[in-house]
Design a protein around this ligand. Structure first.
Ligand code: GRF
Length: 302
């Protein structure tokens, strides 16, 4: 349980202890404040109680943990935590991070410490990369900060140039037998990696440096049609040759085995007898474009 939290929040053991202590102290303070309020105004059980509880959870608790987090040096974690809950509940807009009521408090979320910086790894045209960039262009908490490509001249590099996103063209030797570009990624504050049509296997140096923080999209319903050599057109040809009535997309975590990590999301489409690898590829791309950015956002705001 603690290990899972540590992974989820990407914090050291000591920091996790501090965070749990802040939750406990903040919670106790909130309870104490609630009791005081109830006694002060002599509130009877009933509707007013419910109002006090709503007030406690929505206002007093966030304030309590933010204040307690200050002396522990964990303010940015809790600001981010509360902001994420706010975005999820629709209290803060995901574009600006400001209160949806324009006269309300203006919370600037352009603080780089509060932002999740994503690196997109791609080898091809980059239509998925483009959709992801579009989706997060004005996002307050998530930014596409780097494009990583292994193929000179790939369309995704032109997209990076047009979008003013830094890109790295990676070298095979350094990627597989060197440091796998971990220092470059860490220096740029990258904390999440999205593979969007990246054709090289991910070395263990990278999966170890980003445990549970690398996801991939595969153009079929895994575990079918996965593994080495199963990419792009080859997948669609195999699906049609097998006479399958449906295909789809799989978004999954990445481990050291091709197309193997835990499945996060799948969506299906019908394969008609008249479908060719090209028409099926088009259907799959539509599914990918519709779902991939939203799944990434959901995962990161979890
Ligand atoms: C996608 O179909 C994806 O599933 C696969 O590679 C393709 C990339 O397409 N892994 P694009 O470069 O994003 O257009």
């Amino acid at each position: 349980m603690l290990e899972r939290l540590q992974k989820k929040w990407n914090v050291s053991g000591l920091r996790l202890v501090l965070i749990i202590a802040i939750f406990a102290i903040g919670g106790s303070l909130t309870g104490y404040a609630g009791k005081k309020l109830i006694n002060l105004f002599n509130i009877e059980k009933g509707v007013l109680w419910v109002i006090v509880y709503i007030l406690l959870i929505t206002i007093i608790w966030p304030f309590a943990v933010l204040i307690v987090s200050l002396p522990f040096g964990q303010f940015s974690f809790f600001k981010n935590y509360i902001l994420r809950i706010g975005v999820k509940l629709g209290v803060f807009s995901r574009e600006s991070g400001v209160h949806s009521n324009e006269t309300g408090p203006q919370l600037s979320t352009k603080d780089p410490q509060l932002t999740t910086h994503i690196a997109i790894f791609a080898s091809g045209a980059g239509s998925n990369a483009q959709k992801i960039i579009d989706h997060f262009r004005h996002h307050s908490l998530i930014r596409i900060s780097l494009i990583v490509c292994n193929k000179p001249g790939a369309g995704v590099l032109a997209i990076a140039g047009k979008e003013n996103i830094p890109s790295i063209l990676i070298d095979k030797e350094k990627f597989f037998r060197g440091d796998a570009y971990v220092p470059e990624l860490k220096e740029r504050g990258i904390s999440f990696i999205v593979l969007a049509g990246f054709l090289w296997k991910i070395p263990s140096a990278l999966t170890k440096a980003f445990p549970g923080k690398i996801i991939n999209i595969h153009p079929a319903l895994l575990p079918k049609y996965g593994g080495k050599g199963m990419y792009g057109r080859f997948v669609h040809e195999a699906v049609i040759a097998a006479g399958d009535k449906e295909s789809g997309i799989t978004i999954h975590y990445v481990d050291e085995i091709y197309d193997h990590g835990k499945i996060i999301f799948q969506d299906k489409c019908i394969v008609l007898p008249t479908d060719t690898p090209d028409t099926l590829a088009q259907k799959i791309h539509e599914l990918e474009h519709k779902n991939f950015p939203a799944v990434i956002e959901k995962l990161l705001l979890k």
